[in-house]
Design a protein around this ligand. Structure first.
Ligand SMILES: [Zn+2]
Length: 209
């Protein structure tokens, strides 16, 4: 068997290992006409019941991805049990990538997963804000933060995750973006990331020395 054929099988395995668990994320809301209750992508969404319902639905879609992840993982293990096949290695590596991407939290305080329950709770609390920013407060989730439409006050400095709407960049390009970003926003979280904090700490130590 040539090296090229092995490599092709490894890449095919990797592709299926990465794409299969994300199928609910790609198709579930987008191809089931669940669009009507939300404004089309990429418009901001007012903080209300439809947004919270959609966030909870997307959480269930992410849970579905975990269930489907069993498929490439068990297929890979079954293949490797019978023969040392590169396709099996690719399937396991792709599925493992999915698992690690979910197990490593972006914010330790917020919890695990793309849509932690604590974030949804935080967004829900803004439906009854304690302090008014202006006399016509209208909070909505824009691409980069939850802001007031009228006075531009930032209520929550957190980029909007994928809400399962058909993306404005088309189905094909939109699907590719979801596959790569995994439902996260393309914008980095505005809060300090663990890596950012590490780099800052390292810089301080270097300065002291
Ligand atoms: Zn305002």
């Amino acid at each position: 068997m040539s090296v090229n054929a092995d490599l092709l099988r490894l890449i095919a395995g990797l592709f299926f290992g990465i794409a299969l668990p994300r199928i609910p994320l790609l198709f579930f809301t987008r191809f089931l006409s669940l669009e009507r209750e939300l404004a089309p992508h990429p418009d901001p969404i007012p903080l209300g019941v439809p947004l919270i319902q959609r966030l909870l639905l997307m959480r269930r879609v992410h849970a579905m991805c975990w269930v489907i992840c069993i498929l490439p993982l068990s297929m890979g293990i079954l293949i490797l049990k019978s023969s040392p096949e590169p396709l099996g290695v690719g399937l396991i590596a792709g599925a493992a990538w999915f698992i690690f991407s979910r197990l490593v939290p972006l914010h330790i305080e917020r919890g695990f997963g793309v849509l932690p329950l604590s974030l949804i709770q935080e967004v829900n609390n803004f439906r009854e804000p304690q302090a008014d920013c202006c006399h016509q407060q209208f909070l909505q989730w824009e691409v980069r933060a939850i802001r007031c439409k009228n006075c531009r006050y930032v209520a929550l400095d957190s980029p909007r995750p994928d809400l399962g709407r058909i993306r404005s960049d088309g189905r094909l390009l939109g699907s590719l973006r979801i596959l790569l970003m995994d439902g996260h926003s393309v914008f980095p979280p505005n809060e300090e990331s663990l890596v950012g904090q590490g780099v800052e700490l390292f810089g301080k130590i270097a300065e002291e020395e």
